[in-house]
Design a protein around this ligand. Sequence first.
Ligand SMILES: [Zn+2]
Ligand SMILES: [Zn+2]
Length: 147
Amino acid sequence: MQHLSSYDPIIENLRKRGHRITAQRETILQIFKEEPHGNHLSVEELHSKLLEKGYRVSLATTYRTLKLLSVLGLLRELDFAEGHKHYELKQDTLPHQHIICTSCNMTLEFEDHFLETIGQEIASKHHFQVIDAQFKIFALCPRCKDK
Ligand SMILES: [Zn+2]
Ligand SMILES: [Zn+2]
């Protein structure tokens, strides 16, 4: 496994904010980086990947770490209304949003710059600092729509 280099912008960002980069957190971010584009991991999926890599970590700890990385703005916590949350790497370079099929849970990502900008504007008007702006379209995918 390739480790994140010390000048990795994500890691730098964490350090600047005074957070310790534990091997476990680094591994979690690495796992997300290795995921194919558009993949979203649940806590359970990430947990089993950590176990595969030899980390003896509880599900509760995994969940807390994912929460922390989301609050820090490194991951996005996504709720697709399937009863559990999914996570993905937050990429500042290519903001995207999701269309979710309410019938088969298929999710489609689409590029979005507009919502990021408008989110920033609305939040700063109210003196909030944006962590993430999410827009979800709940719909029927082409396959489910024709059933
Ligand atoms: Zn996504
Ligand atoms: Zn569908």
